[in-house]
Design a protein around this ligand. Structure first.
Ligand code: PLP
Length: 387
């Protein structure tokens, strides 16, 4: 089975991990700050903090922005549940904004309409988690404008989008947002096994993120509330968690990050073959904005409306041919946990519903061979004939 996404681990990655395992530090050594610096330099952000997952980084981000009981956080329904769960961890509520049919990203027009309604009803959200879906940047300029106009804090969930650019500017620069989050789960763009990272340009947010990831403890004298008792002294100045990345993981992250451009180029090569081969089929692909550079984490095709009832057959035919197709994502509001909390919201999100009925994710990842790509192309063409 050719999986929809997969890590690419080579001998030099294994050597980097082995070297880290034999070093003095397995957890809090020099590799974590080195990895953080390498990402910060690449995306152009002032602060960069590694976490043990993007989920914990999202939790820390919501906390840093003061999200708490009585607040609401908005996000897209077409994302992994972590984009919404982070608000619930902080005791806040979650609501969703419908997607744009073509980009599959949060729709700026729906966002504006919902903000107008929310303002009139005193229901404005504290923060918006904007997900760069499948690695394709959201309409960042318009979304940031709207967030500024309505006093909403913008968090970027760039779990899919390491290496992506919007208007030539790397995602993660936080030029138009408060905090940006990356994931290094094996199916994402680069991997540290589990792992995540937050970038920001705001020193106060960076401090909060740093404390939150490690028990609220600091050894930085500037952050102490009282006088130091001596060289052993540290203070717990807030309540945090153990959300730290290990040095061994950061060593892998550094080795992987050096290959980021090559990984992205390979994803783009595969996507352009798919674009060309599927151009004549009755399939719609996610629209890629010409001013952006997508990280192409996922390559998703959508069946035309009259064939949507055949989606399951299309999916199963492909799986039977050894193509590890998937569906990203079941709308978050359809998950039983959310349905039980909020009741059915299906009618509010016609674009997300329509997208979900017809979407199938095809394999795209840098370890695919030419033969793999060809097999996907032939299998998709055959499956279209079969339905
Ligand atoms: C993968 C993913 C996450 C969570 O990442 P972890 O590192 O597995 O915690 C969050 N948001 C989105 C959009 C994701 O795809």
């Amino acid at each position: 089975m050719i999986p929809y996404g997969r890590q690419k681990i080579e001998l030099d990655d294994i050597a980097a991990v082995t070297a880290a395992l034999s070093s003095d530090f397995l957890t809090q050594g020099p590799k974590v700050p080195e990895f953080e610096q390498s990402i910060a330099a690449k995306v152009g952000a002032a602060h960069s903090l590694a976490f043990n997952s993007a989920t914990s980084a999202l939790h820390a981000a919501c906390n840093a922005l003061g999200v708490g009981p009585g607040d609401t956080v908005w996000t897209t329904p077409i994302s992994f549940v972590a984009s919404a769960n982070c608000a619930l961890y902080c005791g806040a509520e979650v609501d969703f904004v419908d997607i744009d049919r073509e980009t599959v990203n949060i729709c700026p027009i729906s966002l504006e309409k919902k903000l107008v309604w929310a303002k009139a009803n005193h229901r404005l959200p504290k923060a918006l988690v904007a997900v760069h879906f499948a690695g394709e940047p959201v309409h960042l300029e318009r979304i940031a404008q709207l967030c500024a106009e309505y006093g909403v804090k913008l968090i970027e969930d760039a779990s899919h989008a390491l290496g992506a650019k919007y208007g030539g500017i790397p995602i993660g620069s936080c030029a138009q947002s408060t905090i940006c989050i990356f994931s290094f789960h094996p199916v994402k763009i680069i991997t540290t096994l589990e792992g995540g990272l937050a970038t920001t340009n705001d020193p106060d947010l960076a401090r909060s993120l740093s404390l939150f990831r490690s028990h609220g403890i600091t050894r930085n004298e500037e952050w102490f509330e009282g006088p130091s008792h001596g060289p052993w002294y540290y203070e717990q100045v807030g309540l945090g968690y153990n959300y730290r990345m290990t040095d061994v993981q950061a060593a892998l992250g550094l080795s992987q990050h050096a290959k980021l451009n090559a990984f992205l180029e390979r994803r783009h090569e595969i996507a352009s073959i798919y674009d060309k081969e599927f151009g004549s089929l009755e399939l719609t692909c996610q629209l890629r904005n010409p001013i952006s550079y997508s990280a192409l984490h996922l390559y998703i095709v959508q069946l035309p409306i009259d064939l949507r009832k055949q989606r399951r057959k299309f999916f199963e035919t492909l799986r039977t041919s050894g193509i590890g197709v998937n569906v990203h994502y079941i709308p978050i509001y359809r998950q039983p946990y959310y349905l039980n909390r909020y009741g059915s919201k299906i009618l509010e999100f016609p674009n997300a519903e329509q997208y979900y009925e017809g979407a199938v994710t095809l394999p795209i990842h840098p370890s695919m061979t030419e033969a793999d790509v060809e097999k996907v192309v032939i299998s998709v063409k055959n499956a279209m004939k079969a339905i």
